[in-house]
Design a protein around this ligand. Structure first.
Ligand SMILES: CC(C)(COP(=O)(O)OP(=O)(O)OC[C@H]1O[C@@H](n2cnc3c(N)ncnc32)[C@H](O)[C@@H]1OP(=O)(O)O)[C@@H](O)C(=O)NCCC(=O)NCCS
Length: 168
């Protein structure tokens, strides 16, 4: 696909955690040992991993998993279903960014959470990606803050996607 072409030939698929980890690591944690960039709930049954495929190659990945927002403990009830879902591991092949692949992955991931009766969608957005989420209808609800050193991410902002009645 040349830089001028759209992502019309890209298809989005639900895949296993093993399929998203290589691109997740390459884009979000370059230099990490292959297979080590995992999330605690990667293998939870409800967790949704999605990949954008083009010609058999994975060009983008994202994960949507059920996790309460630590900065909004008031939204962690009612147990046992949290109703809060976290977007993680959003990454598009650097050569194919800016063609709508990330937006399509985001839409699919949101649909997955809604299929599971999500009440709250949130993420920690790297500062460089905040505009991407804003463009896609998300809202920032925190100032920038530093993540723990182990994440090597730098500053992030908490962002949410509004669902009716979810955010008082
Ligand atoms: C952020 C990312 C996932 C976006 O994916 P993408 O396929 O490039 O995004 P899209 O092409 O769907 O972009 C949709 C819109 O957001 C805008 N946008 C995308 N990334 C942006 C960015 N980093 N900053 C500002 N705007 C951005 C695009 O210009 C586009 O707007 P347009 O439709 O008016 O042209 C991708 O750039 C990426 O993998 N970045 C590096 C890893 C990263 O930061 N991941 C997010 C961690 S929280």
């Amino acid at each position: 696909m040349s830089r001028d072409e759209s992502c019309a030939d890209v298809t989005i698929h639900r895949v296993g955690a093993d399929s998203v980890r290589p691109l997740r690591a390459a884009v979000l944690r370059p230099g990490s040992i292959p297979g080590t960039f995992t999330y605690p709930d990667d293998d939870a049954p409800a967790t949704g991993h999605f990949a954008a495929l083009l010609g058999g190659s994975i060009t983008g990945v994202v994960t949507m998993l059920e996790e309460s927002c630590p900065h909004r403990p008031d939204l962690a009830e009612p147990a046992p279903r949290l109703g809060a879902w976290r977007l993680r591991g959003m990454a598009v092949d650097p050569d194919l960014q800016g063609r709508g692949i990330g937006s399509r992955l985001l839409t699919r991931a949101i649909a997955h959470a809604l299929d599971h009766d999500a009440r709250v969608l949130w993420c920690k957005a790297r500062l460089g990606a905040v505009s991407f989420y804003l463009h896609n209808g998300w809202h920032a609800f925190s100032p920038a803050f530093e993540l723990a050193e182990v994440d090597k991410v730098g500053s992030v902002r908490l962002m949410r996607f509004d669902l009716p009645g979810a955010w008082p």
